[in-house]
Every structure is written in C-alpha cells, then in structure tokens.
Design a protein around this ligand. Structure first.
Ligand SMILES: Cc1cc2nc3c(=O)[nH]c(=O)nc-3n(C[C@H](O)[C@H](O)[C@H](O)COP(=O)(O)OP(=O)(O)OC[C@H]3O[C@@H](n4cnc5c(N)ncnc54)[C@H](O)[C@@H]3O)c2cc1C
Length: 376
C-alpha cells in the first residue's frame, strides 16, 4: 500500500522502466559479464538513482518506504541493477548526512542528479566482517591526505565516478578510521581485474589499489576519526536496500514458478493442483510477503526517525534467506527446465546467494541483532 499518489507514480515509473529498459537487456549483459553503464544513466535521468534524498540537492525526496518499493521493482527485473542503485544510494549518504553545506553544494547535486555513479570502499582483503581491521592509510600532509592501500570487493570498482572511501588516519581502536570522498580518476588509483563471480555478473566487483593517491583535505567527510561510525550507519540504511533487492528477486521467482506450475501437467493435471507442489508455492508466497512486510516496517521506522539498526539487520537476514530459499524452490518447481538457462530462476538462485554475504554476512546480522538484545 503506497502512502500518496506521487509514491504510486514513482513505483509505476520504476515498473515501466523495469519492463521497457531492464528486462530486455538482462540476459545479454549477464551472459557477457558487461556492466550496463547506459542503463544507470537512464535511471539517473529519470530520478531513479537517488530517490531517498532531499529535492533541494537533486534527489527525489522520497521516503525509504517508497524508495524500497521502487527498488524492489527494479531488482525483480535485474538484480545487478537493483544492487547498483542501492550501492549508489549508500555511497551518497555519508556526504548528504555528514558533509558541510559547502561540500554538499560542491558535489552532491551531480551525485544525486544521476550524471555520476558511486562506489563504496569499506572492505579489504583481510577486513570484511571486521572493518576495523582495515590497513589502508590516509596520512595528512599539509593540505592533502595521501592514501595508500587496497580496498577489495568494490561494487562499480573501475566504473564509478566517485568513491566513498574509508581509510585509517590513526591506530586508535575506536576513532582510527575516517571517511573521504575520492574521485573515480586520480593519479595512483588503479583498478585490478574484476572478480569472476557466481552471479550478478553484470555488476562489476573489483579491488582498487591506492598508491599515494592525493586527496584535498576538504574531501574528508565528517571529522577525522568518525569514519567507522559513518560506515556502520550507512550500512544500516544500505541493508534495507539489499533486503528490498532480495524481496524483488524472490517475488519474480514466485511469479515464474506459479506461471509454470499452472501450465505444466503431470499425471493428467497442472502440477499446481498436486498438493505437494502447491504447498511449496504457498510457502514461497508466505516467505515473500513476510520478507516484504518486515523490510517496509523497518523502513517506516527509519522514516519516522526511530532507531532502526536492529530492524534493518532482521530485515536483511530474513529477506535474503527468503530469497535464497524461494529461488532454490523455484528451480525445483520447474524441474529439469529450472536447471536450464531457458528460464531465469537458475540465474536468480545464483544471484540470491550473494545477498546473504555482502553488506555484512547473515552471521554478522545475527551478531548485530544479538548485541542490540544484550544492550536493550
Ligand atoms: C559481489 C560482492 C560485492 C561486494 N561489494 C562491496 C562493496 O561495494 N563495498 C565493500 O566495502 N564491500 C563489498 N563487498 C564485501 C562484503 O561486504 C564482504 O565480502 C563481507 O562483508 C564478508 O567479508 P569477507 O568476504 O571478508 O568474509 P569473512 O569476514 O572472512 O567471513 C568468512 C566467514 O566467516 C563468518 N564470520 C566472520 N566473522 C564472524 C563472527 N564474528 N561470527 C560468526 N561468523 C563470522 C562470515 O559470516 C563468513 O561466513 C562485496 C562482496 C561481494 C561478494
């Protein structure tokens, strides 16, 4: 249920774009492992790349509740693009939230207006679940910081126009990390060959190496030492985006499975009429609807300004586990056909897997939830 006519219009627009621009391209780009830069330009022009930011700075001024429903439509058509939108939004959030008015005026309109694409550089090869183990250094030298190190697993690595970068500015255990806005092209910044992944092959993931990359001191976002807190808060919101992507994936798998089960006949009747199979579909529907409900409830808490970190981790955990289960069951419902590339469910099953891993594995979500319980 959408709150306003305007919200209805933006979700309809996302649905139209998904049908007209995304669905026709997904198979070709995923099969050839190509990054669809032009698709992101189109989304940017239509205002679908920076939905939950103030209009004053070039965003669409949407609540998270509405943004996530539009994102679900995009991800149902093409999960790699859904993840890309979510990562871009997360990359813009630190500047939009912690930037000075001057920093925002300088960079934010282009970042939100759709002409620039963002990346989020937190993880390193030996600092994934534990970002505080990061080693990339930013050393202050007069009016600049010089950055040396390597950030791993960067979605849009080598394709992005800017990176929200986290680097160590001191060895302090709680305030040793700072947040920067780095340009996509800078002397000393290099992209390593992209990862060869199980799924989401149209979403480029690469390591970036920094060899004395010079950043003007005014590219520091927030105060020196605020970086870890900024990164974790950004992830609270980012995880809602991943939950919405997972819901979109699961919804599409359910639709494909139900359509197939109505057509396919065994023992003289459509397989949906065999109770053993009908119950599988019923469980899939229950999983999709409950994942969507829990995700939107967390979003509404965020929109009301209430604490939502625990709810965001619960949504990410439940929605991505649901996507994994529902996509695996969809393959089963289609039988042999489900295991072929003639249907999208095998691809979506591979794509669902990574939603349980990135932006904090589902073990880390449990850790976050348990810490909230212990504190609460
Ligand atoms: C396709 C893809 C895109 C990504 N995009 C980005 C991006 O744009 N930006 C970015 O910064 N990062 C990105 N990542 C990195 C991602 O967030 C990390 O892979 C993830 O956080 C896990 O880190 P790790 O791979 O180092 O696993 P590890 O931290 O080595 O974990 C290995 C296993 O141990 C478990 N584990 C670890 N610690 C604990 C614990 N305390 N208790 C219980 N279990 C534990 C984990 O759950 C996991 O199962 C991406 C990853 C992938 C695969």
């Amino acid at each position: 249920m959408l709150p306003t006519d305007e919200a209805e219009a933006i979700v309809s627009l996302a649905r139209e774009v998904a049908a007209g621009e995304l669905s026709p391209r997904v198979d070709d780009y995923e099969a050839s492992h190509r990054f669809p830069r032009q698709v992101f330009a189109t989304l940017g022009q239509l205002g679908l790349l920076a939905m939950p930011f103030p209009e004053e700075w070039g965003g669409s001024g949407l609540s998270y509740e509405v943004y996530l429903q539009a994102l679900e439509e995009i991800a149902a058509a093409w999960a790699s693009v859904g993840v890309g939108v979510s990562v871009h939004v997360m990359s813009c959030w630190p500047l939009a939230t912690f930037g000075t008015e001057e920093q925002k005026a300088r960079w934010l309109p282009d970042m939100l207006g759709g002409s620039l694409l963002g990346g989020y550089c937190l993880s390193e090869a030996d600092a994934g679940s534990d970002p505080n183990a990061m080693r990339t250094r930013a050393r202050r030298d007069g009016d600049v910081y010089r950055v040396t190190g390597a950030k791993a697993w960067v979605t849009h690595g080598g394709e992005a126009d800017f990176y929200t970068l986290f680097a160590r500015t001191s060895d302090d255990i709680s305030r040793g990390i700072s947040c920067f806005l780095a340009p996509g092209q800078a002397p000393g910044l290099e992209t390593q060959p992209p990862e060869r992944k199980m799924g989401m092959t149209a979403s480029t993931t690469a390591t970036l190496t920094f060899d004395g990359v010079e950043l003007d001191a005014d590219r520091l976002i927030g105060r020196e030492g605020d970086g870890l807190a900024i990164a974790l808060q950004a992830l609270d919101s980012g995880r809602l985006g991943i939950a919405a992507v997972a819901v979109g994936l699961a919804q599409r798998c359910l639709e494909v499975a139900v359509a197939y089960a109505k057509e396919r006949q065994t023992f003289g009747r459509p397989i949906i009429e065999h109770q053993g199979l009908g119950f599988v579909l019923a469980d899939m529907a229950a999983a999709v609807e409950s994942a969507r409900a829990i995700t939107l409830e967390a979003a509404r808490r965020r929109d009301r300004g209430l604490p939502f970190s625990r709810q965001s981790s619960i949504a990410k955990l439940l929605a991505t586990d649901a996507a994994m289960k529902v996509s695996t069951d969809a393959v089963q419902v289609l039988g042999g056909a489900g295991y072929t590339q003639d249907f999208p469910v095998e691809r979506m099953m591979r794509e669902a897997k990574v939603t349980q891993i990135f932006e904090g594995t589902n073990q880390i979500q449990r850790l976050v939830i348990a810490r909230h319980l212990a504190r609460g």
